[in-house]
Design a protein around this ligand. Structure first.
Ligand code: ADP
Ligand code: TYD
Length: 204
């Protein structure tokens, strides 16, 4: 049996990740593949507890960073790697690019520090494909305006999201082999047409 593939969805809040997650999963299932959808921070019982804390409590930015990687350690060990080894495709709503974008670009933790944690926690594991849903900070805020309750990150100002977006785009240029930038200012139908092609290519 061949190993499953690991797909991650990234982008600033309101970019459309949740909207497209189920489309991607259904597209793969229609090809006869087994698919597991999950998210970060979270994905395990302990990870979901850590998620609740990190989204609601104010804390030092290094504490925030370490919690993201602590939750990720559990997620990789208990969910992601066992599924991939059983031939299941894993789609995660966010992974480590989010830490480089939010805690790095957004909050100012250095890439060098983040890389040390990445190596420590991931042991070489990297996504096979990362879809970066890209929208301007202005458009993301307009989309989030319909949300009733905003978490600690979603309450940040536009400047924060601009820095996060820029950090994501820098990574997309640095990791062109696995990262694809999806112009998410387009209609959902247009975006899904492009996604279908990208996913089919990966599943060949
Ligand atoms: P994310 O998971 O990236 O935070 P969501 O998928 O929850 O973003 O989308 C945020 C909001 O924007 C939702 O109300 C969603 O329906 C809407 N939305 C997502 N993509 C589009 C799009 N391409 N065009 C218009 N509205 C969109
Ligand atoms: P998300 O699941 O996108 O929130 P929602 O359920 O509201 O769509 O992610 C939760 C928040 O966590 C998001 O604002 C980004 C943040 N985050 C980081 O700051 N660093 C990380 O490493 C991860 C995985 C998420």
């Amino acid at each position: 049996m061949s190993r499953g593939k690991f797909i991650t969805l990234e982008g600033i809040d309101g970019a459309g990740k949740s909207t497209h997650l189920s489309f991607i999963a259904e597209h793969l299932r229609a090809r006869g593949l087994s698919v597991l959808t999950t998210r970060e921070p979270g994905g395990t019982p302990l990870g979901e507890m850590l998620r609740d804390m990190v989204l609601s409590q104010s804390m030092h930015v290094e504490t925030e960073t370490l919690i993201m990687f602590a939750a990720r350690r559990e997620h990789i060990d208990k969910v992601i790697v066992p599924a991939l080894e059983r031939g299941i495709w894993v789609i995660s709503d966010r992974f480590t690019d989010a830490t480089f974008a939010y805690q790095g670009g957004g909050r100012g933790i250095s890439n060098e520090r983040l890389k040390i944690l990445e190596e420590w926690v991931q042991n070489g594991l990297q996504p096979d494909l990362t879809l970066l849903f890209d929208v301007s900070a202005e458009l993301s805020q307009q989309r989030l305006a319909f949300n009733q309750s905003l978490d600690r990150f979603e309450q940040e100002k536009q400047d924060f999201f601009k820095r996060v977006r820029d950090a994501y785009l820098v990574r997309a240029r640095a990791f062109q082999q696995r990262m694809r930038v999806i112009d998410s200012s387009r209609s959902i139908a247009e975006i899904q047409k492009e996604l279908g092609g990208l996913i089919d290519a990966l599943a060949q």
